[in-house]
Design a protein around this ligand. Sequence first.
Ligand code: SF4
Length: 308
Amino acid sequence: MLDKCELCPRKCGTDRISGKTGYCGAGIQAQVFRFGPHFGEEPPISGSKGSGTVFFSRCTMRCIYCQNFNWSQNDSGKKYDKDGLSGILEHLKAEGCHNWNLVSPTPWLPMIEEAADAVRKKGHILPFVYNTSGFERPESLERYKSLADIYLTDLRYAKSSSAAEGSDAPIYVETARVALKKMWDLTGAIETDDAGIAVHGTICRILVLPGRADEAIDNLRWIAKDIGTDISLSLMAQYHPVYKARDINGWDQRVQADEYRKVCDVMNDLGFENGWIQEWEAEVDRDMAGFHMKEGAGPVKKLKTTGD
Ligand code: SF4
């Protein structure tokens, strides 16, 4: 896999075994910036005990507004071998977390699979949450489906010009749509246990970007037509102009309330009933989901969950 890496849609073909690093900057040893119980995901993912989140270093995207840029695009994080990664998973289970939440796992899938196999052999099992920008190859999703009981995926752009400008990924739109279909085929609608904790299925996050509400709406229409309205959606308003976006015209502002409401209205009009929208008034709730790891920093408001 790693002597000619084509794990992600970049397919840059880098020989990582020889010590080279590809477009994403990933080398031969898995790199993790931080791990721990996380209470800022959607309710059935965070639950009451937290989602056992592993923030992997490196990323296949180059988002100019990345809130995690310090480890996704810079060389931050500690390197772990198989035993080290297994140790992280075991630690999160011992902490009582509901799941193993792999954030940006794509460049590290072979290493994670090895570690997961070792942990499972010891009888330690939790659902895996595959937490991704959506920029994925269906072939990799198929190959590593054992690391994805639940997909927590984005659909961010509907125009290749925006994807190129925002994430250096002009092929994002088609790629992420094909990937979402694949995830949906593999898992289907969210299923929860008796306590309301997700055990299986797909949640799609729609990140509303400033001045680009029309793209979020375009994606909602595409989902309704090509996937259906049973999928759980998380409509996110917390875009924050950090990192390079602070100095780039059009990306240097927050999403306006009327933009967000417009997208909410279309979501309701299209008949989506499962998922979450954010409470606009609560400014703290708009802050950087996936960044703050303290209890109570949940970004989402329950609209209606599957099974209600
Ligand atoms: S995961 Fe990294 S090294 Fe592999 S194809 Fe993608 S960008 Fe290249």
